[in-house]
Write a protein that binds this ligand. Structure first.
Ligand code: ADP
Ligand code: MG
Length: 261
C-alpha cells in the first residue's frame, strides 16, 4: 500500500467522522484540478469546503421546500410577468427576502386564477432557499389546526411553535366564511406574528369584503390593521390564467371582483 492510498483511506475516515462523506469525492476530483492549475493549499481547501457548503445548503432548501406543504412547487422564474406587469417591480424587490428579516407581511389580492398562489409559493420557495422555515396552508386549514390546538388546551404552545417559522402562508382568505370562534383564533395567529415573523395572505376579496368572511367587522378591522401596518399589498388583475385562450373571459367571481374594485 503506498502513501497516497493511505491518505485517501484517512480522508474517507475523516470525512465520514465529519458527516461529510461527499468530501472524499470532491477532494480527489479537485486535487487533480489543483495540481493542473497550481492552486495554493488555501485555494484548494476553500474549493473543497465551498462544494460541501453549497451541497448542504441545497439539500437544506430541498428539505424546507418539502416540509412547507406547497400544493405545487412554483417559482418566480416560472411566472409570466407580462400577464401581471403591474406587480413586476414589487415582486423583484420582495424577491430579495428583506421582508422576512423585517417581519413584514405580503397581501396578494385578485380574482381567481390570476396567480396569487403561484406568486406566494414562488416567494416562499425563495425563502426556503435562503434558510427560512416555511409553512403553507389555506385559511380553512389554519382554522382547523388552531381550533384543534385550542380544543386540546395548547393554543399558546402552538402559536409559539409557529413563530419559529419565518414565513407562514395563508392561502384563500375569503373562499369560505369563518365561524366567530374561528375568526378569533385566526386573529390570535395574526397578533402572535405581528412584528415577529412574516405572513403572506392571498384573497379573492378586497379588504372591504373581509368583514363578512370573519363574521365581525370589528375583528376584521383589528386584524387588517395589524396585517397591513408593515405590509406590501399587491393587486393582481385580469382574467384567469387558467382560462387563457379558451374563449372564456368571464367567470361569475370575476364579475364580483370587478364590482368590488
Ligand atoms: P390564484 O391563486 O390567483 O387562483 P394560481 O396561482 O393558482 O391562481 O394560478 C392558476 C394557474 O395558472 C397555476 O397553475 C399558475 O401556475 C398559473 N399561472 C397564473 N398566472 C400565471 C402567470 N402570470 N405566469 C405563469 N403561470 C401562471
Ligand atoms: Mg389560489
Amino acid at each position: 500500500m503506498n502513501d497516497s492510498t493511505d491518505t485517501l483511506k484517512q480522508l474517507r475516515y475523516l470525512a465520514a467522522a465529519l458527516k461529510a462523506p461527499r468530501i472524499t469525492e470532491t477532494a480527489g476530483r479537485l486535487a487533480e484540478q489543483a495540481r493542473d492549475a497550481n492552486w495554493t493549499h488555501e485555494d484548494y481547501l476553500a474549493a473543497v469546503l465551498e462544494r460541501e457548503v453549497s451541497a448542504r445548503n441545497a439539500s437544506g432548501a430541498r428539505l424546507r421546500i418539502r416540509a412547507a406543504g406547497f400544493p405545487a412547487v412554483k417559482t418566480l422564474e416560472d411566472f409570466d410577468f407580462d400577464a401581471q406587469p403591474a406587480i413586476r417591480q414589487q415582486i423583484a424587490a420582495l424577491g430579495s427576502g428583506a421582508f422576512l428579516t423585517e417581519a413584514r407581511n405580503i397581501v396578494l389580492l385578485g380574482p381567481p386564477g390570476t396567480g396569487k398562489t403561484h406568486v406566494a409559493t414562488g416567494l416562499a420557495v425563495k425563502a426556503c432557499q435562503t434558510g427560512h422555515r416555511v409553512l403553507f396552508a389555506t385559511a380553512t386549514d389554519w382554522v382547523t389546526r388552531l381550533t384543534d390546538a385550542h380544543r386540546h388546551g395548547r393554543l399558546p404552545h402552538e402559536l409559539t411553535r409557529l413563530r419559529r417559522y419565518g414565513l407562514i402562508i395563508v392561502d384563500e382568505v375569503g373562499y369560505l366564511p369563518f365561524e366567530q370562534d374561528a375568526a378569533n383564533l385566526f386573529f390570535q395567529l395574526v397578533s402572535s406574528r405581528y412584528e415577529h415573523a412574516s405572513l403572506i395572505l392571498t384573497s379573492n376579496l378586497p379588504f372591504s369584503g373581509w368583514g363578512t368572511v370573519f363574521g365581525d367587522q370589528a375583528v376584521a378591522a383589528a386584524m387588517i390593521d395589524r396585517i397591513v401596518h408593515h405590509a406590501d399589498v399587491l393587486t393582481l388583475k385580469g382574467a384567469s390564467y387558467r382560462l387563457r385562450g379558451r374563449g372564456i373571459d368571464s367567470l361569475p367571481s370575476i364579475k364580483t371582483q370587478n364590482q368590488a374594485d
